[in-house]
Write a protein that binds this ligand. Structure first.
Ligand code: HEC
Length: 390
């Protein structure tokens, strides 16, 4: 059970990058669909340079009227029905090292993406009326959320150190990205490298201290000893150390993180003894401790003392499941007749022939008996033999 981790907000960013990198769905039998298949490619890979802000090579690829400019048919880079004569297709199919290849940076389009655009052009390069709006909508969906972070001022030397550290981390395989538009705040994710990441790697983060606000170290091989270095990152708002070997000593060392709001300790060795230290983090309001050594009772103590802290031990789910099971059992009990023998004729009762009377379901052997009972319940209630309940 891992819903706690799925709630991590950086999954929004992850989703955005996954969407951008996604291979398009296979062409539908009735042809390529511009909105769901072509627009996502143009938006993710071309519009940055051929859109509203920049028109490299005097080309816009986010508007039908720009791509198919009236009176300039000779200059169209997309010639409907003629993929092999279309400059756009030629550009995207060039070898990756050709200086004319599009997009000129990043990975070339994948073979399925190239084939899809070829098919789209061959089928007449249909760009429906609402195509422009679809591209705009995709752009809006990929926009990073605006979040305000108050960060300390950073001088030129520190900025340089940050840039170097980001480059080193990326080379090491970390995902480093801004957490939002219009902020220098960074999100670093080292979890993809798993146990390759040890305490020694944490020193790479030191220069990022003024801007590092989200850090994902889940599944890495960091230890309690490394927590001192994490504690030296005072701007951290979110820290994910799920499924690491960290224990109470490590969590205790995190005390200096005065800005920490979210801590994912899922699957760690954190125990009830370590919890009091986390009380001291003044802004912490979400703590995930599923599959750790924290007990439900230990979590309850914290909950009672610190109303602002949402501590998720998984017991909420268990409580909810137990309540749901009880409700189902109660409903079943209600829908089950209280008797096995017909109170009118003393024959075995048919559960399908029943009357709900005074909160009880009473079964009869046949419709006639049922009708007789309904006419005069008092006459038969005395004969009713209720099944023994456990
Ligand atoms: C990083 C910026 C960048 C990206 C991203 C980019 N292009 Fe370009 N594109 C350019 C530049 C610069 C030129 C002009 C220089 C040249 O012709 O190579 C250009 C030119 C072109 C041209 C030739 C225009 C003409 O009329 O000669 C086409 C077609 C084109 N790009 C298509 C695409 C497509 C399709 C994509 C996405 C798959 C794309 N580009 C992504 C920068 C970019």
């Amino acid at each position: 059970m891992m819903p706690a981790m799925r709630r991590h907000p950086s999954s929004v960013l992850l989703l955005a990058s996954v969407l951008a990198a996604q291979t398009p769905p296979a062409p539908a039998a009735d042809g390529v669909d511009f909105v769901t298949q072509v627009a996502p490619i143009l938006q993710a890979r071309c519009v940055e340079c051929h859109g509203a802000t920049k028109q490299k090579g005097d080309l816009r690829l986010d508007q039908r009227a720009a791509v198919f400019a009236a009176g300039q048919e000779d200059a169209w880079c997309v010639l409907p029905g003629k993929p092999d004569a279309s400059e756009l297709l030629r550009r995207i199919c060039l070898p990756a090292d050709d200086e004319d290849v599009m997009p000129p940076k990043g990975e070339p389009l994948t073979a399925p993406q190239q084939m899809l655009l070829r098919q789209w052009i061959a089928e007449g390069a249909n760009w429906p009326e609402h195509g422009d709006a679809a591209i705009q909508k995709l752009a809006a969906a990929l926009q990073l959320p605006k979040l305000a972070f108050e960060l300390p001022p950073v001088d030129a030397a520190a900025t340089h150190a940050i840039e170097l550290a980001v480059a080193t981390l990326r080379e090491r395989g970390a995902v480093v990205q801004p957490v939002a538009a219009d902020t220098a705040a960074l999100d670093v994710n080292l979890s993809l490298l798993r146990e390759q990441v040890t305490d020694a790697d944490l020193s790479l983060l030191a220069p990022l201290a003024p801007v590092l606000v989200w850090l994902n170290l889940s599944r890495t091989a960091i230890s309690d000893a490394g927590c001192k270095q994490i504690a030296a990152l005072p701007q951290l708002r979110r820290l994910n150390v799920a499924n690491t070997a960290l224990g109470d000593d490590g969590f205790r060392a995190l005390r200096p993180l005065r800005q920490l709001e979210y801590l994912n300790a899922y699957g760690t060795q954190l125990s009830d003894d370590g919890l009091p230290w986390l009380f001291l983090l003044p802004r912490l309001d979400k703590l995930y401790v599923w599959d750790s050594k924290v007990t439900v009772d230990g979590a309850r103590v914290v909950r009672d003392r610190l109303l602002r802290l949402q501590i998720d031990v998984g017991d909420y789910v268990e409580q909810r499941m137990a309540a749901a099971e009880q409700e189902i059992a109660a409903r079943e009990a209600k829908s089950r007749p209280v008797n096995d023998v017909c109170p009118v004729l003393d024959q075995p009762a048919d559960p399908a022939q029943f009357v709900d009377h005074a909160g009880e379901r009473i079964a009869f052997c046949c419709q006639k008996c049922k009708a007789a009972f309904e006419k005069d319940p008092a006459k038969y209630l005395g004969k009713l033999k209720r099944r023994e309940t456990k």
